[in-house]
Ligand binder design. Sequence first.
Ligand SMILES: N[C@@H]1[C@@H](O)[C@H](O)[C@@H](COP(=O)(O)O)O[C@@H]1O
Length: 243
Amino acid sequence: MKIKKVKNYEEMSRIAAELIIDKVRSNPSINLGLATGSTPVGMYEKLVQDHQEKGTSYKSVKTFNLDEYIGLSSENPNSYRSFMNKQLFNHIDIPIENTHVPHGDAKDPSQECAEYEALLKKNGGVDLQILGIGGNGHIGFNEPGTSFQSETHIIELAESTRRANARFFNSLEEVPTQAITMGIASIMQSKEILLLVSGQKKSQAVKQLLQGDVGEHFPASVLKTHPNVTIIADEAALSEVTV
Ligand SMILES: N[C@@H]1[C@@H](O)[C@H](O)[C@@H](COP(=O)(O)O)O[C@@H]1O
């Protein structure tokens, strides 16, 4: 894993956006794997700004999001589909049919998982996957204990994850208990991975990632076995380790 140490959230967002813009310009039909959460918001803002000012086009780009809450329709403001439309898709020239987020309100969530995995394969997989990390080491919504062999599947959200994400909802009770997430194996099939980490509250997770063992107890540790991972982390996130 390559580690790029940056000053703060702003610099992390800028460098991540520059990397993506470079990739999109050199491969206009790239398949991007996208993440939600607070971490990539600044990066999306910069992609939108660049599109508006410099005209980087996403006409032939395809996107595949990591996960979605089960039970939330795409119109629900807390769905990851709404998040992506609001943060990115509505502001760039990507055809909406090129954007993929698992359907959280699918009648048969298991079938939706199988179809999402098939969709990834049919499109040749993800070229560049953007990731954030949960405080407990989750990537996508793959909670501790998830098999490294897992493909897109249904997950019971950890209590700590529901609490961390409750800030987006009116109350903790409203946070869904399950999600559909790309599996660890699905994520690992990506040709390249970019992990973004910012802030003191992620410093223990970063320490465990960099200094701990590889194992299913800490999902992000699998990234150490991938040949092409870059971590962009700010000083606060790296405050517990020396790099
Ligand atoms: N499913 C998402 C992840 O994809 C995200 O990386 C993580 C961290 O979120 P944040 O960036 O808000 O800290 O938690 C969420 O639960």
